[in-house]
Design a protein around this ligand. Sequence first.
Ligand code: NAD
Length: 255
Amino acid sequence: MLLEGKVALVTGSTSGIGLAIAKALAAEGAKLMINGFGDPAEIERECADLGALHDGADMSKADEIERMMRRFADELGGPDILINNAGIQHVSPVQDFPPEKWDAIMAINLSAVFHTTRLAVPGMKAKNWGRIINTASAHSLIASPDKSAYVAAKHGVAGFTKTVALETAQDGITVNCISPGYVWTPLVEKQIPDTMAARNLTREQVMNDVLLAAQPTKRFVTPEEVAALAVFLCRDEARSITGANLSVDGGWTAA
Ligand code: NAD
């Protein structure tokens, strides 16, 4: 119970990586607010399992983020741990990329990270303790075709992370990115048909020659492997790790 007494907000935690991080933080005793969309009965079950509150704020909307952060402060006292994890993807060559998809990816994957962070930092400074962990991506370090908005947003998250790490380095706050390789979640599953269309490939070719081929380990990263690093970064022993972009990508970005 390393995180007993800590309160944590995990955005985009009704599925995939965020849900695994929420479970791992709860297992260490953190009190949680989860966020994200999904089947209300399933969300209710997750909340009961984790002893968590749920807030359905749409992370593409600054006013909803502000309302959620106010609610968090009122009900739990302001986040000690902020996990910026909500994210979406769209796969399309740049000339066909729908501008509204670009805007949504920028809002959810990048601007939301700014909004939650700007509202969380004052409380963390007052406590002289805080952990901000942004789920970036291997695409914060390298590019892949047909993912211009995602790659741009995730590179932005990496730059934002380093900047805020410098601003808060003397306040007991660490700010880091975790950059996973491919993790088998709905986000990856949903991009398969668009990748097939954009590159004229079969489903098997996308699975084997695009997704698994990217990673020298030739296997998907699991959500739990990402969550384990998030928990480590919350520990007091990790206080000197700040401004880092830590890869959990099976060697993808080393290759
Ligand atoms: P996922 O689709 O399983 O989960 C996404 C979560 O974000 C869900 O809880 C969803 O409800 C929530 N969400 C989406 N739009 C939202 C919005 N507007 N407001 C609030 N919540 C919203 O996807 P995942 O793969 O677990 O992705 C989580 C994060 O990990 C994302 O930031 C993604 O970019 C990043 N990531 C994923 C992979 C991968 O291979 N799966 C790799 C690297 C990085």
